[in-house]
Write a protein that binds this ligand. Structure first.
Ligand SMILES: Cc1cc2nc3c(=O)[nH]c(=O)nc-3n(C[C@H](O)[C@H](O)[C@H](O)COP(=O)(O)O)c2cc1C
Length: 225
């Protein structure tokens, strides 16, 4: 038997490989930590900028991104009731568009449509003090490309049909897709996704109606301080 094949040499070889691997793993972990440390502020800033762009797209021109982001409050903070209508947790943020006169021009609410085709769909909706939708956007979904994904504004204008709609226009019973006897367009070959979103938006409006005073009065009080 040659020395190369002796058990001692094999053990040494394994030990050397293990040490080498351990050093490499430590080095890699260290590199990742250092990279994370130096990029976390940029990542956070990018996330905030992305969120601000989405929120601003629901509002008329003239609102400052930073002011809007700083208006964030959790739904718990105002003791919102009937949170189950939104299907979001109480520690989720909503935003307020406050104009130069200190008046609230819009409330931007997060909401979830639990009955998406693939899974729950996340949205934000901008609502005026009178309870009309200023705009709605799908912010996260896993609907099928070419079918359910047409609810994204980047893919089609479908989501724009909700602009200006409220619980008085149409009446709550008509907050359904046309296929179910309501007033809203479904998508060709895809009714499940639109159905889920129509329901979620009508529930968002109901939530706003129930909590209107808290959502609006809270901001007015704050600007008077
Ligand atoms: C592979 C596959 C993916 C589909 N993806 C979606 C989708 O993302 N959203 C959707 O509404 N329907 C989707 N559909 C179609 C639905 O199964 C359903 O036929 C359609 O929404 C009409 O629903 P309705 O019969 O309730 O009106 C998909 C169907 C298949 C076969």
């Amino acid at each position: 038997m040659t020395e190369h094949n002796s058990p001692t040499t094999l053990t040494q070889s394994i030990r050397r490989s293990a040490i080498g691997l351990a050093i490499f793993a430590c080095f890699t972990a260290g590199l990742i930590s250092v990279t994370h440390y130096f990029t976390q502020d940029t990542i956070l800033a990018n996330q905030r900028a992305y969120e601000a762009r989405q929120l601003l797209s629901l509002l008329p021109d003239g609102y400052a991104a930073e002011t809007l982001l700083n208006s964030a409050r959790t739904l718990d903070q105002i003791n919102a009731t009937d949170l189950s209508l939104l299907h979001v947790a109480g520690d989720e943020h909503y935003f307020r568009a406050i104009n130069d006169q200190g008046q609230v021009d819009a409330i931007l609410l997060p909401l979830v449509a639990p009955e998406g085709y693939s899974e729950a769909i996340r949205l934000i909706v901008g609502i005026s003090p009178s309870g009309a939708i200023l705009g709605a956007r799908v912010t996260r979904h896993r609907e099928t490309p070419g079918l359910g994904d047409q609810v994204e504004l980047q893919k089609s204008n479908w989501i724009l049909q909700f602009n200006g709609r409220s619980l008085a226009n149409p009446l709550p019973t008509d907050w359904q897709v046309k296929k179910d006897g309501g007033q809203f367009d479904q998508l060709t070959g895809a009714t499940i996704t639109p159905r889920a979103i129509v329901t979620a938006l009508s529930h968002g409006l109901e939530f706003f109606a129930v909590n209107r005073t808290r959502l609006l009065a809270d901001a007015v009080t704050e600007t008077e301080q």
